[in-house]
Design a protein around this ligand. Structure first.
Ligand code: PMP
Length: 354
């Protein structure tokens, strides 16, 4: 069977060796005679899975003991609420780098708990990650989305010299390049793009930042209770945690994040180089802010865009429609997306250009 080239923004393409191992583990995990979906989260076999995944996340990410590595059930959106709930008191201000759809939702949620200040505002075009940031007098944290999945922008580096700990939504570029940890209080990432299936979020949190959370929070809404209970307050997404471990082992075997970072940059460059000289297609994000994960672009007419989607589907290329809120086209080319698939897309775009 030929697999479709899946440009979906998430859930997204996963590495083939990982899927094959998971297939076997569904039937029998590590010779236990019980599949991964059937093991108790309190049993020894799953304990080993959790320990292995945690160790691999630490190894691949270069994450030291000053950080907690946690797995929370539910998606990244959950953390748009959990972050202010844990860290933003009534008089506090969250400084937010507003770069698109995802920070728009974050601003709305944070306002339920405290004040917000826009450290930058890339709207309405949302085609950059602004260079100049203006902070409020005493922010509680500085929030940014490392890769804006919908508009296709990515911070080349985190905001420099922030006046408070950085909180980062890394859902769409986690482990796609070396992980910047300096200045960060908390990083969270929904797994369904670069790490595994949906329904589980990886949280990397500095322990001394966790210690500053608001007291008296309900257990399931308190980051620190996940740390105290080793991500086992209740039944976690056991399969998701297994998959994150397998994906991290694959990343390690590929040579680690520096190797993947170079590969991802190369993949994206093939597409951007084409768009930069094309007569009928143009990229959305500006140079310097271009995402290596989600390449957003437009044709010069709705007919051309529709023709691409139709031809792509026939040719075995799927998931190229832009996000429902902005339209246009988007090629999501996460870690596991093959280089030859990007070339196939470029060839198709060239053919339609005539
Ligand atoms: N943040 C970013 C950057 C995303 O791309 C997404 C999903 N595409 C989310 C948050 C929301 O994730 P979830 O659907 O898992 O809540």
């Amino acid at each position: 069977m030929t697999r479709t080239l899946n440009f979906s923004s998430g859930p997204a393409t996963l590495p083939e060796p990982v899927l094959r191992r998971a297939q076997a583990a569904l039937w029998d995990l590590d010779g236990t005679g019980i599949g991964i979906l059937e093991h108790s989260h309190r049993g020894a076999a799953f304990r080993r899975v959790l320990e292995r995944t945690t160790a691999l996340v630490r190894e691949v990410g270069g994450i030291g003991d000053e950080f907690a590595v946690l797995f929370l059930t539910a998606g990244a959106t959950h953390h748009f609420t959990l972050v202010p709930h844990n860290f933003l008191g009534e008089g506090d201000t969250a400084d937010i780098c507003h770069t698109g759809v995802w920070t728009g939702k974050v601003i709305e949620e944070a306002r339920r708990f405290g004040k917000t200040h826009l450290a930058c505002n890339a709207g309405p075009a949302f085609d950059t990650t602004p260079a100049a940031l203006t902070y409020s007098a005493a922010p509680r944290y500085v929030y940014y989305v490392s890769n804006e999945t919908v508009y296709g922008t990515q911070w080349a580096a985190p905001p420099a010299s922030p006046p408070a700990p950085l909180v980062c939504d890394a859902s769409s570029d986690i482990f796609s390049r070396p992980l910047p940890l300096a200045d960060h209080g908390l990083i969270f990432a929904g797994a369904q793009k670069n790490l595994g299936p949906s329904g589980v979020t990886l949280v990397i949190a500095r322990k001394d930042f966790l210690a500053t959370r608001r007291p008296g929070l309900p257990a399931l809404w308190d980051y620190d209770s996940y740390e105290r209970e080793g991500s086992l307050i209740n039944t976690p997404n056991t399969f998701g945690i297994y998959m994150i471990g397998e994906v991290c082992a694959w990343i390690r075997d590929q040579g680690g994040l520096a190797v993947l970072g170079e590969r991802n940059a190369r993949k994206a460059r093939v597409l951007y180089d084409f768009l930069d000289v094309s007569r009928r297609w143009r990229g959305h994000a500006r140079p310097g802010s271009r995402s290596h994960m989600n390449v957003t672009f437009r044709g010069d007419s709705p007919e051309l865009e529709a023709a691409l989607l139709a031809r792509a589907e026939q040719a075995g290329l799927s998931g190229l429609a832009g996000h429902r809120s902005v339209g246009g086209l988007r090629a999501s080319i996460y870690n596991a997306f093959p280089e030859h698939g990007v070339q196939r897309l470029v060839d198709l775009l060239g053919e339609l250009e005539g």
